[in-house]
Structure formats: C-alpha cells, structure tokens
Design a binder for this molecule. Structure first.
Ligand code: ARG
Length: 459
C-alpha cells in the first residue's frame, strides 16, 4: 500500500480507509487515456527543457511498454495501488528507474484525472455517435420500405388518424437526430484541455499548455485552472443527453411491446431477440425491449447522482468528484448495450402490414376525413362532425368499419354523401391528402427521406 503521498504521514492508512478512498477498482477503465495523457505531458516537458530528450524517450518507452503489457495481459492492474495514476507511475519507476520519477513534474492528480475523464468521455462520445448512426441507418431503411404501409396513428393510445409506418418511424428518426446533435454539441463544448492546471493554481514551470492541448487533439487549453480541475459539466451534459436517448429508446420499446402483443400483432420480434417462459410453453416474451425500457432508470440515476454530487462542492478539487466515475461508466456502457441490441431487434423484426392497415380501418381513423368530405360538399364543419359521429355509432352497433356502410345508409343520415365517399375515406386517400411538410403523405415523406439521406451521408 505504498502511497504516492506518504512523505508527511507517520502512520499507515487503515485498511478500511484505504479501501474507501481507493478508486483503482473503477478508474482502471481509463488506463489507456492515462498513458496517452502522460505521453503528451512528457513530450511537452522536454520541449520546454524540463526533461532531456533521453529522459523523454525513456519515459515514453516505459509508458508504451506498460500499455502493451496491460493489453496483452502480461501485467494486471491490482488493488495494491490507490488509483490508475499511482499504478502507472509506480510501474514506470519499476521499469525505468529514476527517470520515471520525473513523469509527474508540473502535474497534479487533479488535472491528470480531469484530463483522463475528458479523454475517456470524448472517446465514448465518438462510439455512442457511431451506434446512433447505425440505428438511424436502419430506421431510414424501414422508412424507405414503408411509405405506403398504413397504420393507425394514436393520441391517448386511441386510434386517431391514419399514418404510415414510415411516418411513425420517422418520428423516432427525428428524436435520434436530435440526440446525435446533442452529443456533437457536448463534444464541441468540452474539447478543451485541463492538463497544466496543476492542483488548482497552475504551476511554476513554464508549461506549454497549448502544445499539450494540440498533442491530445483538443481545441486549446482551458482558461481557468480552478475551473479546470473541478469542472464536470460535460459529464452532466453527457448523462443528460444519454438519459434523453434512453427516454426515446424506452418509448419506442414500449410501442414495440404493445405492437408485439397478441391483441395488436403489428410486429413479431424475431426469436433471436425474444425469450420464453419456464412454465408457460406458449410464451415468447419481448424481454429485450423491456430491458431497454427498464435500464432507462439506471441512466437517469447516474444523471441524478452526479448532479447531487456536484451541487455543494466548493472550488476547487474535492474528493467527492471521484464519485463521477462509476455511474458515468455504467451509464455509457448501458446506453451502448441498449443501442446495439435495440438496433439488432428492429433489424430482425417482422412488420405485419395487413394487420396495421386493417387496424387503421377498424378504428375509424378516417372519421375526420369523412367530416372533411361533407365540408367540401357544403356542410358546416360542426354539423359534419355530428353526422359522422352518428355514422360511427351505427358502425359500432353493426360491428363494421366506415367503408362497409352502404351508400343508402350514408345518405339516410346525410344526402350530401355520394358514391365517391368510399374513395375519400380509403386509407390511401386519407394519407395521401396529407402532404404538408412533415405529414405522412408520400410526397411529403419522400422529401424528408431525401433530407435524411443527405444527413446520414454527412455523419
Ligand atoms: N481518484 C481521484 C479522482 O478520481 C484522483 C484525483 C485525486 N486527487 C487528490 N488530490 N486526491 O478524483
């Protein structure tokens, strides 16, 4: 349990204190970023004359050796070190001797951990964007294939007006486009390098912070050293964006669960993405969708946790901030898992187009169009609304849909109805007439698909 900071201490740390304080169990996740940051740091230290070229090379060689040994499993990250920073430094000194002791010149673990967490988050944002892109490409395909797959659109989970599957899926497409752009925004805002901020007040060495920032692909150095070591806004922003991704996935999952139910049968989830019951032989359960819906809670929990952790922390670094990691890592891993499983599930799902169309017909989703028909034949809208209401009632009594009423039955309630009513209330007409921007009509949808096509190409 040799500590980096043991110098001014006269007693060994109690084991329980040690365990409580240590973060190696989880911060080992960013060993790669820790090493990457150290390499940039020593490269810069040499350029300002704090290290010789020989020392720099020795240290970088040692750090790369540690990296490949961790990756090949030749060395194991163990709990005898307090954190990943101590582990790497101690290992370096073991390997290369005294030169290794110069690695931490002009650096504190406070700016080091701020850097590591940023580098890690930044990498993860890139992979999250890839997964979102993959999901969107699949949704785009479903949209292209289903421009005339009619289905009921719902409000209050009651059938409202007919839409198409392309239009319904297109709603989610818009949500995921916003999610994607939120991730891009966060990246843009966070991409400034905290390294060189020291413990809180910079350092007395003439560090070239711009150079370190460049080496690590940041837009530049952060501008206040106290803020740099205690800023976790980007984690809050990321967890908020990820909570929104999960909220979208959860709503979509909920719909898929409903659509997959025996009552709806709009879709069948592939066997590969379903599970059975230990007792009921007939069961095929939508567990993946349910788990995605369920896991939303733990991502929200991560957001809540970091917001609460940060709210009372005086400037600058405080150990509370070590609590930023476990939930963030868990949330990122959870969202990545959910995104790829969800994409797999929708990719393999079967859409029952006939069921969707007949459900739209049998739910009077064309009632508004029947009223509009009357308005076009000179009947005031309020009267038309009442007339169609009576027709709906008649259909309910007879157990039929509006297009199954005879012309006589129509005309008995209003003489304004003519033979062309059937065409006016067909699913096709109802949808096709809705062609304003963003509406489900084919022409309107085709324009959106073109925009999305260009959008996806740009990503
Ligand atoms: N494990 C610590 C964290 O995650 C690293 C920084 C420690 N700094 C310190 N002064 N104790 O925040």
């Amino acid at each position: 349990m040799a500590q980096l900071w043991g110098g001014r201490f006269t007693k060994e740390t109690d084991q329980l204190v040690y365990n409580f304080n240590a973060s190696i169990g989880f911060d080992q996740k960013f060993y790669r970023q820790d090493i990457e940051g150290s390499i940039a740091h020593v490269t810069m230290l040499e350029s300002i004359g704090v290290l010789t070229a020989a020392e720099r090379d020795l240290i970088i060689g040692g750090l790369n050796g540690i990296l490949s040994d961790i990756e090949s499993g030749a060395i194991e990250i163990t709990s005898e070190y307090e954190d990943i920073h101590s582990f790497v430094e101690a290992n370096l000194i073991d390997r290369i001797g005294d030169a290794g002791k110069k690695l931490h010149t002009g650096r504190s673990r406070n700016d080091q951990v701020a850097l590591d967490m940023k580098l890690y988050t930044r990498d993860e944002i890139t992979s999250l964007k890839e997964l979102l892109k993959d999901l969107m490409e699949n949704l785009h395909q479903i949209m292209k294939d289903n421009l005339d797959t009619f289905m009921p659109g719902f409000t209050h989970l009651q059938k409202a007006q007919p839409v198409t599957l392309a239009h319904h899926v297109g709603a989610y497409m818009e949500m995921f486009k916003r999610d994607y752009s939120r991730l891009t925004d966060i990246y843009e805002r966070m991409n400034y390098c905290p390294l060189g901020s020291g413990a809180l007040a910079g350092t007395t060495y003439p560090l070239d912070r711009k150079m370190t920032a460049d080496l690590l692909d940041f837009y530049g150095p952060t501008l206040n050293s106290m803020d740099s070591v205690s800023d976790r806004d980007y984690i809050i922003e990321l967890l908020s964006a990820l909570s929104t991704v999960m909220m979208h996935l959860s709503r979509f999952s909920e719909e898929i669960i409903i659509w997959n139910s025996n009552e709806y049968q709009f879709v069948s989830i592939d066997d590969g993405f379903s599970t059975g019951s230990s007792i009921m032989p007939q069961k095929k359960n939508p567990d993946i969708a349910e788990l995605v819906r369920g896991k939303t809670g733990r991502v929200y929990a991560a957001l809540n946790s970091i917001l609460t952790t940060m709210k009372g922390i005086p400037l600058a670094y405080n150990k509370d901030m070590q609590e930023d990691k476990e939930y963030t890592f868990d949330a990122i891993d959870t969202v990545k898992g959910c995104l790829s499983l969800f994409t797999g599930m929708i990719k393999t799902m079967t859409f029952h187009r006939d069921r969707m169309e007949s459900s739209a017909k049998n739910g009077f989703t064309n009632a508004t169009d029947a009223a509009d028909y009357l308005v076009n034949h000179g009947v005031p809208f309020r009267d038309a609304h009442g007339i169609v209401g009576q027709l709906v009632l008649l259909c309910i009594e007879k157990g039929i849909s509006l297009d199954e009423l005879s012309l006589e039955e129509y005309q008995e309630i209003s003489p304004a109805f003519e033979e062309d009513i059937y065409d006016a209330i067909s699913m096709k007409t109802c949808v096709e007439k809705r062609n304003t921007i963003g509406a489900p009509g084919q022409d309107a949808m085709k324009k959106v698909i073109k925009i999305n096509e260009a959008y996806l190409k740009e990503l």
